[in-house]
Design a binder for this molecule. Structure first.
Ligand code: NAD
Length: 496
């Protein structure tokens, strides 16, 4: 993998097509793919029609038993390793495409998004070889007994619907285990980030993934490809990452067919900073957890609770850190933060900032739109912003913003800190900063979330369970949890 500066954006000025049954196809409708750095059109995207969605689902259904399940696990996994090789062989193109679509920094695209996407294929191709099945010896009245054992079967045709914040990483996090366990797929990337999914289709094609096993349809959610997939009678399961309210809509749509669902949804994550923490580490870690990817990671911290004795010092240190964040061109190596994904999303983030100010928030830093004096002024940038002084019932403290913002609140006791953190409709992630080992365990275990970190953030091991509770999701993914979602265990009982 080369860590040079990408110069060429694949398909710039061209067309991003759907990939159905092993062929790249267009249709009648197109939409623009916009670079959020300067508002320029990068390329145009073919929006799949109902007939194309039907064709993609039919191709996946035919390929399921027609070829993919006829391959041995070894053969399927060898193909998935070749997909990872194919991503790495075109590493710079993937990086350039992801940066152009999202405006994320070169460093992040090179060190997280694209390498982790390749790693997802390798990890799940290897993990599926160790997928276990249950076996029980059962007593029977005649004393001879019975043997019950299970076999893992694929669910069938899986719709993979992905968001825009970590486009290829989150798409492959679902796609790789779905394919490894023998399912076939129809994927729908976000309309904001269609490029790397299209490059992935080219890789799938080039490395010999059989026609119909992997299908890509571009489009939007409501009244478009997203809804067509979730309502489709031949889709057996929907795996979705995105907003909680979209999850509700998909749940309603999928209920008619009683489809299996896996949801990774929004968060309103808390960080608890105790006075006994390693202060510098807590400040640096909280800076990362608030501002990484412009705050557009589901795991990002938006609510920070700090023990009162270090509150003023912590707020001052966070202000210094936030003001040192370099916002700008994603291609420059010292850029920390690019724009938000779109002007529409920036409008949403700015509306939360306006509401916070109206509710009486004290602006510690940021709170506005930066000015560059060049074409970036046409982009979707927002300043890193920190607020204090709001009540826990304010809109900013209740709803997910998904931008480079946080609110900092003081607390007086461990019990109060735990209660504040858990007072949320969401339950995705939490971070705890303390040097007291017992407190670290104790507080982490009391967090009503799917993932809690002590003295770190976003330290991920792909084998561990990942997901949220409350509005933050349904089910768990990661390691064997992913494999079990994408498999149907079937029990066979043998009378001895
Ligand atoms: P979104 O819900 O707007 O869109 C996600 C995907 O769903 C897109 O592909 C979109 O086209 C599609 N979609 C929208 N409406 C649909 C419908 N009615 N039927 C079918 N598909 C539909 O989310 P987003 O704005 O792309 O992503 C940001 C959100 O994702 C945030 O809330 C964030 O917290 C969440 N997220 C969660 C995780 C996690 O692991 N828990 C990870 C990343 C992002």
């Amino acid at each position: 993998m080369q860590l040079g500066k990408p110069t060429h954006v694949p398909h710039a000025g061209g067309i991003l097509k759907n990939y159905i049954n092993g062929a790249f196809t267009c249709g009648e409708r197109y939409f623009d793919n916009i670079n959020p750095v300067n508002g320029q059109v990068i390329n145009r995207v073919c929006e799949a029609s109902q007939a194309q969605v039907d064709a993609a689902v039919q191709a996946a259904k035919t390929a399921l038993t027609g070829c993919w399940q006829q391959l041995s696990v070894e053969e399927r996994c060898a193909i998935l390793h070749r997909v990872a090789d194919g991503i790495e062989a075109r590493f710079e193109e993937f990086v350039a495409a992801e940066m152009a679509d999202t405006g994320k920094s070169l460093t992040q695209a090179q060190t997280i998004d694209i390498p982790r996407a390749a790693a997802n294929f390798r990890a799940f191709a290897d993990a599926v070889k160790s997928q276990s099945a249950e076996c029980f010896h059962t007593d029977t009245p005649d004393g001879r007994g019975a043997l019950n054992y299970s076999v893992n079967k694929p669910i069938g045709v899986v719709a993979v619907i992905a968001p825009w914040n970590l486009p290829l990483l989150l798409l492959t996090w679902k796609l790789a285990p779905a394919l490894a366990t023998g399912n076939t797929v129809v994927i729908k990337p976000s309309e904001e980030t269609p490029a790397t999914a299209t490059l992935l289709a080219e890789v799938m094609d080039a490395v010999g993934v059989p026609a119909g096993v992997f299908n890509l349809v571009h489009g939007f959610g409501d009244n478009s490809t997203g809804a067509m997939l979730t309502q489709h009678s031949q889709i057996d399961a929907v795996t979705f990452t995105g907003e909680s309210r979209t999850g509700s809509a998909i749940m309603r749509a999928a209920s008619a067919g009683v489809k299996s669902l896996s949801f990774e949804l929004g968060g309103k994550n808390a960080a608890l900073i105790f006075a006994d923490c390693d202060f510098e580490a807590a400040v640096a870690g909280t800076r990362r957890s608030v501002f990484t990817n412009g705050g557009q990671v589901c795991l990002c911290t938006e609510r920070v609770y700090v023990e009162r004795s270090i509150f003023d010092r912590f707020v001052a240190a966070m202000k210094e850190q936030a003001e040192a964040i370099k916002i700008g061109w994603p291609t420059e190596l010292d850029t920390d933060m690019g724009p938000l994904i779109s002007h529409k999303h920036r409008d949403k983030v700015l509306s939360y900032i306006a509401a916070a100010k109206a509710d009486g928030a004290k602006v510690i830093c940021g709170g506005g739109v930066p000015s560059f004096g060049d074409e970036r002024d046409l982009g979707a940038f927002v300043e890193p912003s920190i607020f204090t002084g709001l009540s826990e019932s304010s809109q900013l403290q209740r709803q997910e913003v998904f931008g480079p913002i946080c609110h900092i609140t003081p607390f007086d006791s461990e019990e109060e800190a735990v209660a504040l953190a858990n007072d949320s409709d969401y339950g995705l992630a939490a971070t705890v900063w303390t040097q007291d080992l017992s407190r670290g365990h104790r507080v982490a275990q009391q967090m009503d979330v799917g993932v809690a970190w002590v003295n770190s953030w976003y330290l991920r091991d792909l084998r561990t369970p990942f997901g949220g509770i409350k509005l933050s999701g349904v089910g768990r993914e990661g390691g064997m949890h992913s494999l079990s979602f994408y498999s149907e265990p079937m029990n066979i009982c043998i009378k001895l």
